[in-house]
Design a protein around this ligand. Structure first.
Ligand SMILES: Cc1cc2nc3c(=O)[nH]c(=O)nc-3n(C[C@H](O)[C@H](O)[C@H](O)COP(=O)(O)OP(=O)(O)OC[C@H]3O[C@@H](n4cnc5c(N)ncnc54)[C@H](O)[C@@H]3O)c2cc1C
Length: 408
């Protein structure tokens, strides 16, 4: 059998790796594969979900204090002013430890990117450091009952009243809004212009009077997301990011960062878990199962390599060499394959049993929708990619029709 080549890396990289590993060893425990808190995804008890979120915050704070949060961000914004390869190496080392910053990674990727591109100096100084240290946590307040795929059709209303906006309306599917301190919100600030041109991107303190958060229960039993209602909520105009009525540009930056984040966030070796599961259930030498397992392994490796190429470029400040939306689609297809394989291994027990193996399989089966719907559905992703490839836009209302005249 051919030996795997031994990876050599520059001395500077090896030193950084050794330092990161030593720091992680001092501040965290290695994963054991049994009861690791960082890989437990399903928290049916609402208190368990909040406890998990607090643990993610505590770990984010530890990394911030240790100099491993925002590795490529400017030091003026709480980051380390480091290089893309440092983030890659840190993540590779951290993967062996029982640690995660969970959902904070998603909001940091989304809002952090948006503020760094579009925020004023004051906004960057005010919001970026506490985001990295987890003193302020965030939720995304974009989707509405009538505006998910057609996000630009949103109707949550904001009326200017001197130095404030008064906000009235509803958002939905807002991940972790029940625990977040702040939200980044899209509002309809001008209904008389075409839909993309009357939207404002504004930051809201979730403790503001008039905000009500109601958790929604998912098929897994947990309440990851919420409905959020706004009843005459006052938000200072200084919290607007970008131009008033120019929020669609900021929203696009968030959506691009979100796609990229989801598509490149497959940190866990699911194929390895599936291989161990198949062996434990006596299917390790089943010819058909072995093919399925290798399909999972290859698909996971392809996605990981593409992610690395994309992340390295973006963290070095270069334009993305691969459309992030493509990676998100690939991740969605992989999750379907993983869920089907897990269920094929366990059979009916995978659906009805509550043991650890079955809970894992159920999460893989049902969790597929978080990738194929969250951050924009597969279908809409394909529409957008097709449009960027030069295919005609799909039929709809004229792009210049005022929002208030659109039939709904
Ligand atoms: C795990 C998860 C986390 C989420 N977190 C957040 C969050 O934190 N904040 C937030 O604001 N939102 C969040 N969302 C909401 C998410 O962005 C929306 O669910 C998504 O954009 C789809 O919108 P919708 O649910 O309204 O579906 P709809 O837009 O109603 O779509 C319904 C179906 O119709 C299809 N469809 C719609 N339009 C087209 C079209 N033009 N062409 C072809 N097919 C079409 C869709 O693909 C889908 O299958 C989250 C969703 C998930 C699953």
């Amino acid at each position: 059998m051919t030996e795997m080549p031994v990876r050599t890396e520059p001395a500077e990289h090896a030193t950084y790796r050794a330092e990161a590993r030593a720091w992680l060893s001092q501040n965290a425990s290695l994963k054991t594969g049994v009861d690791d808190w960082s890989t437990q995804k399903t928290h049916v008890d609402p208190q368990a979900l909040v406890d998990y979120f607090e643990r993610c915050k505590a770990w984010q704070r530890t990394t911030f204090e240790g100099g491993y949060a925002g590795i490529t961000w400017d030091t003026a914004h709480g980051g380390q002013g480091g290089e893309a390869w440092q983030t890659r190496i840190y993540n590779e080392e951290a993967a062996a430890f029982d640690v995660t910053n969970g959902f904070l990674a998603a909001t940091t990727a989304m809002l952090g990117t948006a503020l760094r591109f579009h925020g004023t100096d004051d906004q960057k100084a005010r919001f970026l450091p506490p985001m990295l240290s987890a003193e302020q946590t965030w939720c995304q307040l974009f989707s509405e009952p009538g505006a998910g795929s057609d996000l630009a059709g949103l109707g949550c209303r904001a009326d200017r009243d001197g130095d404030i906006f008064r906000v009235n309306g509803q958002k939905v599917w807002n991940s972790m809004a029940q625990a977040a301190d702040w939200g980044f919100l899209l509002v309809r600030s001008n209904p008389d212009v075409p839909k993309h041109k009357g939207i404002t991107f504004i930051l809201v303190d979730m403790a503001s009077p008039g905000i009500e958060v109601r958790p929604l229960v998912q098929p897994t039993g947990q309440s990851h997301f919420n409905e959020v209602f706004f009843d005459d909520v006052e938000i200072p105009v200084e919290n607007v990011v970008g131009e008033i009525n120019g929020g669609w540009a900021i929203a696009k930056t968030v959506l691009m960062a979100e796609s990229q984040f989801i598509g490149t966030s497959g940190g866990r070796d699911t194929s390895q878990v599936l291989i161990e599961l198949a062996q434990a259930h006596g299917l390790g030498d089943d010819a058909i199962m072995r093919q399925e397992l290798m399909r999972c392994y290859i698909d996971e490796r392809i996605l990981r390599m593409l992610s690395q190429v994309l992340n390295n470029a973006v963290r070095s400040g270069k334009p993305p060499p691969i459309d992030g939306a493509l990676l998100k689609l690939k991740m969605a297809y992989n999750r379907v394959q993983f869920g089907n394989t897990a269920m094929a291994i366990l059979g009916p027990a995978g659906v009805v049993d509550l043991g650890a193996d079955s809970v894992f399989a159920q999460e893989e089966l049902l969790g597929r929708f978080s990738v194929s719907i969250g951050g924009g559905t597969n279908e809409v992703g394909k529409n957008n990619i097709g449009h960027r490839m030069g295919l005609p836009r799909e039929p709809g209302t004229p792009i210049d029709m005022p929002w208030k005249d659109i039939p709904r």
